[in-house]
Ligand binder design. Structure first.
Ligand code: AMP
Ligand code: ZN
Ligand code: FE
Ligand code: FE
Length: 280
């Protein structure tokens, strides 16, 4: 079984429709694929019918934006109940924070002589329910300020760059409780990717496991072989399920195909068991 538990569509900052992502998953030889758009469940219904057509199993998921000791931490939530009010309320509030951040990023760009309008960003964002830096990056590409999302992050939008604005998000432990109360299975996305390595020490991960965290995304493009070995050992010690996913974004992140990182069948089975055990 080939299982990829991390993929994005144009409902957040991927570049293909949920339908296209499901067909791409089948073409990539996947049996199971999670649609884990940032901070929204809006792609699930479309993905569900496309998955049935394409002959893949859909894991409905969300990559929830959270903050933990001042650092952005992304939390994958598998099989949460989409109709849960507290969950949808939290997601709506994160999306509102994302929308409010856009004009602030545009102000910073303008201060550096780069002029984009909110309409430019909205046009670049298309059907996206969760607006983010990648859409500002796409607008910068459309205006020929840069030639790729990667360049937009390197020059303007990445941490420490001139147009970076922090994203308001709930505390990781609040998000953990909310996801669990909605029957979801929380797994930390790329725990040692980019900035979050400093904050997510072994002690912190053990404490989070006690607080209800179920797994760690060990196999991810942002992790070196050494990181993966260390995280796998921590997961074993903390009783966390080790997972893997491609973090597919279509054309939005060059060189990352669906199935580039995968979850083994045993880990997938363990997560599914947790989904049925978690109370809603
Ligand atoms: P935001 O959630 O709005 O802060 O934007 C962060 C998102 O941008 C991440 O979830 C990635 O999908 C994407 N991203 C981060 N760094 C890069 C990069 N260097 N190139 C392309 N996309 C990136
Ligand atoms: Zn993304
Ligand atoms: Fe992420
Ligand atoms: Fe992601």
């Amino acid at each position: 079984m080939r299982i990829d538990l991390h993929a994005h569509s144009a409902v957040s900052d991927g570049t293909q429709s949920p339908t296209a992502v499901m067909h791409e998953a089948a073409n990539a030889g996947l049996d199971v694929v999670a649609l884990s758009d940032h901070d929204t469940t809006a792609g699930w219904d479309e993905a569900r019918s496309a998955a049935a057509d394409a002959g893949v199993v859909l894991v409905p998921a969300i990559e929830v934006s959270t903050v933990w000791v001042g650092t952005d931490v992304h939390m994958l939530a598998y099989w949460p109940e989409a109709s849960n009010d507290a969950l949808q309320h939290m997601l709506a509030s994160i999306r509102q924070g994302r929308r409010a951040r856009v004009p602030r990023m545009l102000d910073r760009l303008a201060a550096h002589g780069v002029h984009l309008s909110e309409d430019d960003v909205r046009a670049a964002a298309g059907q996206a329910h969760a607006l983010g830096r990648p859409h500002v990056a796409d607008a910068l590409v459309a205006s020929a300020v840069v030639t790729s999302r990667a360049e937009a992050f390197d020059v303007w939008l990445g941490e420490g760059r001139p147009a970076h604005v922090a994203k308001p998000a709930p505390d990781l432990t609040t998000a953990l409780d909310t996801v669990r109360a909605a029957g979801g299975v929380p797994v930390l996305a790329h725990p040692w990717g980019r900035g979050s390595r400093r904050a997510l020490t072994e002690d912190a991960l053990v404490a989070l496991a006690r607080a209800g965290l179920c797994g760690l995304e060990v196999d991810h493009v942002d992790h070196t072989d050494g990181d993966r070995a260390a995280l796998r050992a921590i997961a074993a010690r903390a009783g966390l399920v080790p997972t893997g996913g491609s973090d597919y974004h279509g054309a939005g992140k060059a060189g990352l195909a669906l199935g580039a990182c995968t979850t083994d069948e045993q880990a997938y089975t363990a997560l599914r068991r947790l989904a049925t055990r978690v109370e809603s």
